[in-house]
Design a protein around this ligand. Sequence first.
Ligand code: FAD
Length: 488
Amino acid sequence: MAINLKSDDAESPVIVWFRDDLRLSDNPALQAAAKLGRPIICVFVHDEETEGLRPLGGAARWWLHGSLRALSDALDAHGGELLIFRGAASKVIPRLATNCRAGSVLWNRRYGAAERRLDEAIKTELKAQHVEARSFNGHLLYEPWSIQKNSGGSFRVFSAFWRAAHTFGEPERPLATPSRLTFFKNKGEFKPSRVKLVELTLEPSSPDWASGLRATWQRGEARAQAQLEKFLDNDVGSYADCRDYPGRTSTSRLSPYLRFGDISARQVWHAANAAYAGSSNRDLEKFQSELGWREFSYHLLYNNPDAASRNLQPRFDTMQWRHDSTALKAWQHGKTGYPIVDAGMRELWSTGWMHNRVRMVVASFLAKHLLIDWRQGESWFWDTLVDADPANNPVSWQWVAGSGADAAPYFRIFNPVLQGQKFDADGTYVRRWVPELANIPASVIHNPWQHEAESIGRKSKCVPSYPDPIIDHDNARRRALEAYKNLA
Ligand code: FAD
């Protein structure tokens, strides 16, 4: 016997459930809803109740507020609105579908374990209500399960993963914003228990610590597109050579937009292709391979759902991490006495973002110099990064700490002085974030403790307000090598 789906009714509304896809263009769920030609209800659920969903950190909450505001305004401009709800999505979505007599609920997929369980539960519930439930890929270039070894199974090495991804050819082209969107007009048929965006209190108020974030970022789809354009106009042509230098603005700074779906990876990929008019090029390949690392992180997360809490290499379970709250605090607040580390941690605190090269240096410093569990660093980043990403963050931390798949070898212990001298030779980056060192000559800015106070002709502490190194590099390196060797 055929089941009568409510979606057979030409008047039944279609719910588009927005999650990490806060945009109108290249949004497959919204596009599919528009194609159905039935009235659309746009929904966001702020879910802090479902077990296993990782609560957002402070900086990411701040970003989410701005992206939701921008999405809401964009829908408004198209004659629609964004209904915001608070509560467990497993209850909110089916209840809303019943109340508004929706025939379909459409959404773009997320890839964490709790998110997938939630989607499954909602699909089951909606099907029981004879409501169509469909999900799409709006977040990635390729679905994380689609790239497999020839012999079957998932990848643990990036280069092999990326080679296999290439056999799929170019990622799908991005979709335009639907040319026609017909929104559901509620004439009092149902009374949703929606909340206002401000009621979610995503932005901090007392204290309001977000002034640095506001000064640095403008959130939302239109700003994401403008940022992409700026990057392609100015910096993509020097990406391969300059991306490692934190004193220059040579990377795209698209990570928070990608995190919340203000922009899609497909849009970035194809816009970069177009900037090179289809010709192959070293800068283009390098830039796209970074999008490939994002894909790889999601591939690993999909296959290792507890990547934020469990070592991907089990031998690391016996690692004797140190418990040192004084050192951890010095690291968090940019007071380690190593200028490149402190500049990075202060950039993070002030802007919610840190340059990739410096992320690697500060992460290595925590896990190797200080021998503090990478999970402590991951959770600090989770709270302070505007781009705090459920896949990129834990996978990158494990990569640096050595416990990850395809991880940095254990004996690679970044020397923070040499890293500073190599990638910030003139000290531009350090001067920007560590003002105590603004007047130190470039030759000693990365090891200011060796600065000779020439006027008095002897070694002295040249910058009284800047801390001495909290640990000696050579001793730290020896200790880390010992601890890591013992794992083998
Ligand atoms: P670009 O160089 O312009 O690259 C374009 C995009 O590619 C980025 O926006 C990002 O989406 C992706 N990408 C670039 N590098 C990487 C990488 N190594 N791994 C995965 N994806 C990458 N990235 C996050 O988006 N969120 C995180 O929470 C995060 N945590 C990190 C933690 C550590 C310890 C380290 C070492 C790296 C982390 N990264 C994270 C990866 C990387 O540092 C950032 O994606 C990058 O710095 C963002 O700057 P961008 O947008 O200018 O990058």
